[in-house]
Design a protein around this ligand. Structure first.
Ligand code: PEP
Ligand code: MG
Length: 764
């Protein structure tokens, strides 16, 4: 049964649109369970009814025409209870309604299971049989399992389907809304440009051919290149292969024949589709057909066809590397937004960013915040390959993305943009004023940097130091490890620009979701794996070169501080200190005038929380990385949009840990305790951290003026009173609500996100 289940899910996942998905589901289930009827009812929110969308066994004319309200029939009851209903004779059930058009009077046995996606009932899956009998437990378990697995596919196809339907009808569906999570605040209105990862057939965007002959030409060149490659590989392996294995290469070549795939792709291009999408359509269609075959040998051929498709696509993409054209108001959309992609669009044209995967705590989102580009992450149902060139609105506050916006929606967001500009103008006047509370408490505000552009923006916004310079970013946008000299020059620019203010350089923090293209790390659980200091201590040659570059860069400036990421034990701190001391001695021996800079430890994992005092005895400062600390304390992957709702830095456990860290660190004299996670960049978060006694708040440059304004708008006493109330509470949602209400009462509501009608506070 497991095999049947796997096959159905696999086949359904590759169906091209919603109707095909539903038709396949009913046919396959009816066959697998040997029932007389299988039907799918989907809930249509606009009509507030369950509509019969597909059926094998009921009258065809009823499909699309029969519907039930949630309070009607057994289908309505399954939806309302959100649990299966298994009846030996449905007609005797009090909720039974006889729907004449379906012809279902002949069927007695009834099993209905809800289709639930992210807690929403999308619809109901029903099987029926003529006899009077109860479906047995294994049948019920089978349908429940299948329904749970198909829910995601149906939700995705539903979202995709309506965009396609809209586009095909000519009258595009307006205000199509996709839900994600906030990546960076702000609103963007513009046109979509899709960036596709290399050689990924599923990611090829729809586009018309500008010049059909040119597209045909490109395709034939790519095809010849692949044919050539296959022949070369075939020849070079000929000595090692038996003749029947060698024959596989001929099969490969024959598949690419004009009478086979190539002919089909060419005729698709002649219909006016660009070569990459023509290739995608034909290859994926064949992959679907082969995957559905009973014969395991033939089923395996699906992967050969996909492989050929990928190879041709790689050549096609090489032939049009500059095919991306950026509009004046570009909203960049990617399946998985990477830090490097942000650099691909000229900044004056880049209005917003959307990523299908990832969450507000992914590093791409953190960078977007520091660049001030509105971003929505984790828009998992966005059919991103179908929307290149569409008009769109991106709401980075609420994590919403709208396609083909109506005039009314456009006007509403223009209004928010105007409001934002007013707030920004007001905040700009604070640049040279200190972050001092109304009762005279001075809170130092520092910035987090990584990009060269951050330095100027940070100074313009009145930053008093750098609390976190993410050194991995210059490492990420290169093809190999930068040399000591190159690193030294990059670091020197940061130190000079901020001199005499302190600059905290974090040693290389790769691993997790931060990969270097030239140092790949493949792990099952990357966030629990080889990350941060674990890598650099294992590679003293990388660590020492970096520390030497930092020390040399600070020669004569002396405003450097070094910070160690992902520390879990005292031994790691001691080893790192030993290496730093060694670098100082080496450089002095070489004639450099270098001092041992202040060194600090990041508290990012629960183990570090309980050792703060021990660390504090050995180093000069403690800095909390609340992004990772929240992830590890709550056991919520910071990149996973499915659990983004559970990633709550205002969770009582996180707040208690933050409080404990500050108290423990302060027990050691002359040890500064700061925070450089994103919580410090939220007005409510900043007030709580100030009340807990943090010495420095470090944040992205974009939010610094808001935080300054929040601090200037309250007294320390008020912040402490607020924190005292929060401390008593045990529910994160209630804490968020209280914070929102209090910001409003203190006249600081405009510093958090603007409110759209009917929206609630966004905790992130
Ligand atoms: C953190 O984890 O809070 C932090 C500042 O580091 P990063 O976001 O770069 O992991
Ligand atoms: Mg971190």
């Amino acid at each position: 049964m497991l095999d049947v289940l796997r096959k159905i899910v696999q086949e359904v996942s590759t169906a091209p649109d919603l109707q095909a998905v539903l038709d396949l589901i009913v046919r396959r289930i009816q066959r697998a369970m040997r029932t007389q009827v299988c039907s799918v009812y989907l809930f249509d929110a606009s009509q507030q009814r369950y509509v019969l969308m597909a059926s094998k066994g009921l009258n065809k004319e009823a499909i699309g025409n029969v519907s039930l309200s949630p309070s009607e029939g057994i289908v309505g009851l399954v939806g309302e209870r959100a649990e299966p209903i298994n009846l030996e004779d449905a007609s005797t059930h009090p909720s039974f309604i006889y729907l004449k058009a379906t012809g279902e009077e002949r069927f007695h046995a009834f099993l209905g299971v809800p289709i639930i996606h992210h807690r929403d009932v999308l619809g109901v899956l029903v099987v029926q049989q003529k006899e009077v009998r109860r479906f047995d437990e294994s049948e019920e378990a089978f349908l429940v399992t299948l329904s749970a697995q198909l829910a995601g596919v149906i939700a995705h196809a539903e979202a995709t389907g309506s965009v396609i339907r809209g586009a095909q009808a000519g009258s595009e569906e307006r205000d199509r809304r996709f839900i994600g999570v906030s990546g960076a605040p702000g609103v963007a209105i513009g046109r979509v440009v899709v960036v596709a990862p290399a050689a990924d057939l599923n990611a090829v965007p729809d586009r018309d051919a500008q010049d059909i002959d040119e597209e045909l030409d490109k395709f034939h060149q790519a095809l010849s290149a692949v044919q050539r490659d296959i022949k070369v590989v075939g020849r070079s392996l000929s000595k090692h292969l038996r003749s029947e294995e060698q024959a596989l290469f001929d099969v490969y070549l024959r598949m690419l024949d004009d009478n086979a795939l190539a002919g089909e792709i060419s005729s698709r291009i002649r219909q006016g589709v660009w070569a990459q999408a023509a290739l995608r359509d034909v290859i994926l269609d064949h992959v679907r057909q082969f995957s559905a075959m009973e014969d395991p040998y033939l089923r395996e051929r699906a992967s050969d066809i996909r492989d050929l498709g990928r190879r041709i696509l790689a050549y096609l993409q090489e032939a049009s590397p500059t095919s991306l054209q950026f509009h004046e108001n570009t909203i960049l959309v990617a399946d998985e937004l990477s830090p490097a992609m942000l650099g691909e669009v000229p900044t004056d044209k880049l209005m917003g960013l959307v990523s299908v995967h990832g969450s507000g705590n992914s590093h791409a989102a953190i960078l977007a915040r520091s660049m001030g580009i509105p971003t929505v992450m984790g828009v998992v149902d966005l059919p991103y390959t179908k929307i290149d060139g569409c008009q769109a609105i991106l709401d980075g506050y609420a994590g919403r993305f709208y396609l083909n916006p109506s005039e009314e929606l456009g006007d509403a967001y223009q209004e928010i943009l105007r409001g934002e500009q007013e707030v920004a103008a007001e905040l700009a006047t604070l640049k040279d004023l200190p972050a001092t509370t109304t009762d005279g408490y001075r809170m130092p505000l520092w910035v987090n940097t990584g990009l060269v552009a951050d330095v100027v923006r940070s100074l313009e916004r009145g930053a008093e130091g750098i609390g976190l310079y993410r050194t991995e970013i210059p490492f990420m946008i290169r093809d190999f490890f930068p040399s000591e000299q190159e690193q030294m020059q990059t670091y020197r620019r940061q130190l000079e620009a901020f001199h005499p203010r302190p600059v905290t350089m974090r040693t290389l923090d790769i691993g997790g979701d931060k990969a270097l293209p030239y140092f790949p790390i493949e792990e099952e659980n990357p966030f629990l794996g080889w990350r941060g200091i674990r890598i650099t201590l294992d590679h003293p040659e990388i660590f020492l070169v970096q520390v030497r570059a930092m020390l040399r860069a600070a020669e004569g400036l002396n405003n450097l501080r070094i910070m160690l990421p992902m520390v879990t034990s005292v031994r790691e701190v001691e080893e790192a200190l030993h290496q730093i001391d060694r670098a100082v001695v080496e450089l002095r021996d070489e004639g450099h005038v270098v001092d041992r800079p202040p060194v600090g430890v990041m508290v990012e994992v629960p183990a570090a929380v309980y050792q703060v005092r021990r660390f504090a005895r050995r180093v000069d400062f403690i800095s909390v990385g609340s992004n990772d600390l929240t992830q590890y304390l709550l056991a919520v992957d910071r990149n996973n949009p499915r659990v983004a709702d559970l990633y709550v830095p205002y969770h009582p456990a996180v707040l208690r840990a933050l409080d404990y860290i500050a108290r423990e660190a302060r027990k050691e004299k002359n040890v500064q305790v700061s925070i450089c996670g994103e919580l410090a960049a939220e007005p409510a978060g900043a007030l709580l951290l100030m009340a807990m006694g943090y010495d420095v708040l470090s944040m992205n440059a974009t939010n610094l003026p808001r935080i300054k304004s929040a601090i200037r708008g309250v007294s320390l006493k008020q912040a402490q009173a607020l924190y005292d109330r929060v401390k008593q509470m045990d529910d994160a949602d209630k804490i968020c609500q209280l914070l929102q209400d209090e910001l409003k009462r203190l006249g600081l509501a405009q510093l958090s996100r603007p409110q759209m009608p009917g929206e609630t506070f966004n905790r992130h």
